[in-house]
Design a protein around this ligand. Structure first.
Ligand code: MG
Length: 387
């Protein structure tokens, strides 16, 4: 393994080779461009809202569950470890991870699905694209440009996937989907770090909430292997310490496998630089076959036993109702939104017709935290609530 102070690999995203920003700016004096991007993300309004947005459990269900903010921080931690071990640009990977969920709706995937349903006739809603919209258009912090004016490399990393139809409208950023190219290695690993983080922390949260049991989890190959190893070494260990010992070993195993497998793939492909990485036919970052299968097994287990647990389903059903009701009310009467959003809706309606008005409503709803969405719902539909 490389030393933590080893110089960057030739195929890393070197700061001095960035494709730059939409609105040219002088280089920051005492930071790299990617440090500046990371700092802009941390200071953004959308980033602070993540603390009150659901990962799996709605924010008010308990103080100890992951929120989208702590999720993003965990993703960034895993990505930074991998990036540094592989001599890639740690700060770029970190910036992508911290920004990857900025466009997420309230109520997690239930909110995203509901808003996508509402937007079906108006171009759909996709949280990846919305994250991009947040950093390119919606944040209002700088006199000279809308959004955060981040480098191409951070925006490329935020846009994990994209339909060809949408890609065609995204210019330089959409190109790789049309030409079947790849993003930087930093973007590729940020994407996998996201999966590693949620598989493991959702398992932990599910156990904490009592929605998953150890009896069920020992049916999952990777969990069982580490569970047995921990009890072998520490007979009688129980409770939180047992679970944490198992989870940290699971994360360590998949991260180690990812680094080993990816290093071998890079050695075989021998990309000269980041442009060579971008023009390869497939991604280089990935797990070996065994870990890939086990990781998928865990993901499917969580889908079946946690994400579709009746208590989670009750929450997601409620979330659908809140999002759909808000959308319908604001779409019918945009003046019900606070003035700045109503003005935004009027402007987009003028530019793009009904689809523009719908987009402005989606922007307003997507920006809400869980509790704000519930409060707005009450203010609109509960006669006893103040407006
Ligand atoms: Mg995520």
């Amino acid at each position: 393994m490389t030393s933590p102070t080893a110089p960057l690999a030739a195929y890393a995203a070197h700061d001095d080779r960035t494709r730059g920003r939409r609105y040219p700016e002088p280089s920051p004096g005492y930071r790299s461009d990617y440090q500046r991007d990371r700092d802009r993300i941390v200071h953004s309004t959308a980033f602070r809202r993540l603390v009150y947005k659901t990962q799996v459990f709605v924010n008010h269900e308990g103080d100890l569950y992951r929120t989208r903010l702590t999720h993003s921080v965990e993703v960034a931690q895993i990505a930074r470890t991998i990036a540094r071990a592989m001599r890639l640009t740690e700060t770029l990977a970190e910036a992508i991870c911290l920004a990857h969920d900025l466009g997420h709706t309230p109520f997690g995937h239930a909110g995203q699905d509901a808003l996508n349903d509402c937007m079906r006739d108006y171009g759909g809603f996709e949280h990846n694209l919305q994250s991009l919209r947040v950093v390119q258009e919606l944040e209002e912090r700088y006199a000279e440009f809308p959004g955060l004016n981040l480098t191409f490399e951070v925006r490329e990393g935020i846009l994990k996937h994209c339909s060809l139809k949408n890609a065609a409208q995204l210019g330089e950023l959409g190109e790789r989907f049309l030409k079947r190219g790849q993003p930087s290695l930093e973007a590729q690993l940020a994407n996998v770090a996201d999966e590693i983080a949620y598989n493991n922390h959702d398992l932990d949260d599910g156990l904490r909430a009592g929605l998953l049991s150890l009896e069920e989890l020992v049916q999952v190959t990777i969990f069982r292997r580490h569970y047995d190893a921990v009890l072998d070494r520490y007979p009688g260990l129980a409770g939180r310490r047992l679970i944490h010992e198992v989870v940290r070993r699971m994360i360590n195993e998949v991260v180690t496998d990812l680094i080993d497998t990816t290093s071998a793939a890079i050695a075989a492909a021998a990309p000269r630089d980041i442009e060579a990485v971008r023009s390869l036919p497939a991604m280089l970052v990935g797990f070996g076959a065994t870990v890939a299968a086990e990781h998928l097994e865990l993901k499917q287990f969580l889908r079946k036993n946690l994400y579709r647990h009746y208590r989670v389903l009750r929450m997601t059903t409620k979330a659908h109702k809140v999002v759909q009701s808000l959308f319908a009310a604001f779409m019918e009467k945009p003046e019900l939104m606070p003035p700045e959003h109503w003005v935004h809706a009027r402007k987009l309606q003028g530019d793009e017709g009904d689809a523009g008005r719908a987009r402005a409503v989606a922007d307003y709803i997507a920006g809400m935290t869980d509790r704000f969405a519930i409060l707005e719902y009450d203010r609109l539909f509960d006669p006893s609530e103040r407006t």
